[in-house]
Design a protein around this ligand. Structure first.
Ligand SMILES: Nc1ncnc2c1ncn2[C@@H]1O[C@H](COP(=O)(O)OP(=O)(O)OP(=O)(O)O)[C@@H](O)[C@H]1O
Ligand SMILES: [Mg+2]
Length: 251
C-alpha cells in the first residue's frame, strides 16, 4: 500500500504496458481489449467507466493501460479523468494539476478541443479533470456533461472514463447515465466481498451495465497457480525472478 511522502506528495506509481513491461501484464490487457472490441462491435459499447468499490484498487492504472492498449490496436481513444476529486490522471501523465479540463469545458470557459491533450509516446488523447469543482457530483449531472460526451462519441471509437470509488461517492453512478457500461476493478487484499457487492448494487440501482470485472494485482505465485492460463488472464505487474523489467512510467 503506498504511503504519503513527507509534504503530502503521493508515491503512487503508474505501471505501464510497453516493451519493458512483463509479458503477462501486456497480454492481459490485450485480452481485455479483445473482449471490449467484441462488445463494441456487437452492442456499440463505446463509453466505458472504470470503477471500483474503494480507493487504491488500481482504477486509474487500469484506465490508462486499457486506453493505451486500445489505441495501440489502431482505435481512436480518449481517456477522460472523471475523478474530479483527485484528478489522478494528470499526475500520472505528468500534466500540471490546474490544466484546463472537464470542469472548464462544462463551465463554458474552454472549448473541448482546447482541453484535450495529445501525447507523443502514447496514442490516446486525455481530457483532464481540470480545476477541482466544489461539487463534483452535481457538476457531473449537468446537461453540459452529457453534451461533452455526445461530442466525444462523434469522434472516438472508445471513451475510457476513470472514476472515483463507487461505494464511497456517487460520481460513478451519476456518470452511468451517459455511459454504455462499467468495468469493476477488484484487487486482492484491498477489495472485500461486501465492498464489491455494494458497488454492484450501487451501479445496478441506476441501471448501470456492468461489463465485467478486472482482477488487478493478482499474485499468481501466492495463489499457487503455475498454469500459463492463469498468467494470461491476471493483471499482476510483479516481476518474475531474474526479470529486470521495471516499466514504471509514473512519477
Ligand atoms: N497490478 C498492480 N500491481 C502492483 N501495484 C499496483 C497495481 N495496480 C495498481 N497498483 C498500485 O496501487 C496504487 C493505486 O493505484 P491507482 O491510483 O491506479 O488506484 P485507484 O483505484 O485509481 O485509486 P483512487 O481510488 O484513490 O483513485 C498505485 O501506487 C499503483 O502503482
Ligand atoms: Mg484513481
Amino acid at each position: 500500500m503506498p504511503k504519503a511522502k513527507k509534504g503530502g506528495k503521493s508515491r503512487r506509481k503508474l505501471l505501464m504496458v510497453g516493451p519493458d513491461a512483463p509479458f503477462q501484464f501486456v497480454e492481459a490487457y490485450k485480452s481485455l481489449r479483445t473482449n471490449l472490441e467484441f462488445l463494441s462491435a456487437s452492442s456499440g459499447c463505446k463509453v466505458i467507466l472504470i470503477t471500483s468499490s474503494v480507493p487504491e484498487e488500481g482504477k486509474s492504472n487500469v484506465a490508462i493501460n486499457l486506453a493505451a492498449t486500445l489505441a495501440s490496436g489502431g482505435k481512436r481513444v480518449v481517456l477522460v479523468d472523471g475523478d474530479l476529486r483527485k484528478g489522478s490522471l494528470s499526475r500520472y501523465m505528468h500534466l500540471a494539476r490546474n490544466r484546463a479540463g472537464i470542469s472548464n469545458v462544462v463551465a463554458g470557459q474552454c472549448p473541448l478541443a482546447d482541453a484535450l491533450v495529445r501525447f507523443k509516446n502514447v496514442q490516446f488523447s486525455l481530457l483532464p479533470a481540470g480545476p477541482l469543482p466544489p461539487n463534483p457530483s452535481e457538476m457531473l449531472a449537468l446537461p453540459a456533461v452529457q453534451e461533452l460526451f455526445t461530442g466525444l462519441r462523434d469522434y472516438y471509437d472508445f471513451i475510457i472514463v476513470d472514476t472515483p470509488p463507487v461505494s464511497v461517492v456517487t460520481d460513478a453512478a451519476v456518470m452511468c447515465r451517459f455511459a454504455d457500461g462499467a468495468i469493476l476493478v477488484v484487487r486482492p487484499g484491498v477489495t472485500t466481498i461486501q465492498g464489491a457487492q455494494l458497488s454492484k448494487k450501487n451501479l445496478e440501482s441506476v441501471h448501470g451495465r456492468i461489463l465485467g470485472v478486472v482482477l488487478n494485482g493478482y499474485d499468481i505465485k501466492r495463489a499457487g497457480h503455475k498454469d500459463g492460463y492463469y498468467y494470461s488472464y491476471s493483471y499482476d505487474y510483479y516481476k518474475h525472478e531474474g526479470d529486470d523489467a521495471d516499466g514504471d512510467a509514473g512519477e
